[in-house]
Design a binder for this molecule. Structure first.
Ligand code: SAM
Length: 255
């Protein structure tokens, strides 16, 4: 821990908010290291969006070549609608997908021991359901095409919901809920929606330092072990994400 951090931690609690405000102000002053750092971190947002744009273009092209790939675009982890809007951008003129957004719309749940990492906190990444819908519909998606399922996955992903959404299959399952505990119920829920060619994306494959015993990687490994009949091929890998093609063995008629 740095000396400054040690001194800060020992200060009386009463003076800390003022110091934090000062730090926020310094960040706005060009030429300071804090300002440069903030700008640099911001550039990662653009970088990440460009990576995602490439991934969605690849998915659309794959589905176009292997047409017809119809059904749902299911997204687990929706927050600011960045990926939902990319899904729409790349698919709207090619396919007749129905878009389903599964999210608490209250941010992350309590963080379990296995998911402890500095960046995660309960309530973080909360976007209100109405605001989410507004952002997506502003891009031209009609309200009828966009379904939202509000709730934490351990209670919202019920069998009744699964039955209601079937027999339609998924063209794409986009998993962006980061945590191991969140990914486990998602994978079991999405299983009957797999068809031949369904693309399953893990947006946060390399969170938790890429450790195969953490996060989405662990949930996927356990899922594959529970369902050895399902066959997948790698579709895409980048610095953070990983995607697979379901090539057979699961779902229903089309699988
Ligand atoms: C990194 S954000 C998703 C970013 C989003 N794809 C975008 O492009 O803006 C993670 C999302 O996962 C949701 N989430 C994580 N765990 C969840 C759980 N167990 N139940 C419901 N939602 C969850 C959070 O509410 C948050 O919206």
């Amino acid at each position: 821990m740095s000396l400054i951090r040690t001194i800060y931690d020992r200060l009386p609690e009463g003076v800390k908010p003022a110091l934090r405000d000062l730090r926020a102000l310094i960040r706005l002053v060009p030429g300071t290291r804090d300002h440069a750092r903030t700008q640099w971190v911001k550039s990662y947002t653009a970088f990440q969006m460009a990576e995602r744009d490439t991934l969605f273009r690849r998915i659309a092209y794959f589905c176009h070549v292997n047409r017809p790939m119809e059904g749902y675009y299911m997204e687990f982890g929706c927050h600011e609608a960045n990926t939902m809007r990319l899904a729409w951008k790349h698919s709207r003129f090619l396919f007749n997908w129905t878009y389903i957004a599964f999210d608490s719309f209250e941010g992350f749940p309590e963080i379990a021991d296995i998911d402890q990492q500095e960046i995660w906190a309960p309530g973080k990444c909360a976007t209100d359901e109405i605001e989410f819908r507004r952002r997506v519909e502003r891009t031209g998606m009609s309200a009828e095409r966009l379904h939202t399922v509000k709730g934490f996955y351990d209670t919202s992903l019920t069998e009744a919901l699964r039955d209601r959404l079937q027999p339609k299959k998924a063209a794409v399952v986009y998993i962006d809920c980061d945590l191991y505990e969140s990914t486990v119920p998602v994978l079991e829920f999405m299983m009957p929606f797999l068809q031949r060619g369904t693309i399953v994306v893990f947006d946060d494959w390399n969170c938790f330092w890429g450790d195969p015993d953490r996060g989405e990687r662990l949930a996927w490994a356990e899922f594959r072990e529970r369902h050895p009949e399902l066959r997948f091929e790698t579709f895409h890998t980048d610095g953070m994400a990983k995607a697979f093609i379901h090539v057979g063995g699961g779902g229903g008629a089309a699988a």
